[in-house]
Design a protein around this ligand. Sequence first.
Ligand code: SF4
Length: 284
Amino acid sequence: KDFRNNVKPNWCPGCGDFSVQAAIQRAAANLEIQPHELAVISGIGCSGRISGYINSYGLHGIHGRALPIAQGLKMANRNLKVIASGGDGDGFAIGMGHTIHSIRRNVDITYIVMDNQIYGLTKGQTSPRSAAGFVTKSTPGGAIEPSLKPLEVALSAGATFVAQSFSTDLKELTAIIEAGMNHNGFAFINVFSPCVTYNKINTYDWFKENITKLSSIEGYDSTNRAQAMATVMEHEGLVTGIIYQDEETPSYQNLVNGYSEEPLNQQEMMIEEKDLQELMKEFM
Ligand code: SF4
């Protein structure tokens, strides 16, 4: 079970995305699945390259569209562990509609956002996660809008698994991804993954100074949505750990009438070969 391949990532040295890649590989190995039982579907951005760096099925999709592809894949083959991944621009700007509806739909996949609070691939523009006042070439006078709050959005959209981690904490990040992959439903994981080249504000040191680990909060109960929301708001979203998990609500698959135990891709075709050929002619 080696989830490494021989493709060398072309992320900048020090980019937070390296740790996310390592954590996915470790989590998958810990779950004792095989590379052919994992699929990593990514969007566009520096982080979107991750699907090419893991020894598994993978697809580097189009901007903001990793989630529809990943959900379709899971519905077609429930035997696969499916991870969707991308950056904050991919998931919270162009892909935000899919993010919200995927959360409330609760298909059994894991969504990992590499949140660096800037657009890195296009050389440093303000993203939906950049703070008000953030100066970039797209906002030379400072961003006017406040940043999006992904944890609050996920909790209020009905997420059954919400977690956050920091890319330097490989142990916690691996454990969280493993828990997300084991969760029966949509697991939303936001990862602070610094862009060392373009974001000189939200650096490794900045996160270290500002993050509170939930494990240090006495009496924190990750099954209590109201407490989760209050804690996230109190700490302005800068918490790490499993923030909320609801293990009672069934996943989308569990609710689909007649959803077969047998993956679609392994079922007998219900159509004769000659009828299929006729059908195909319409698309030629
Ligand atoms: Fe990582 Fe930023 Fe470099 Fe992209 S530009 S690879 S996000 S450090």
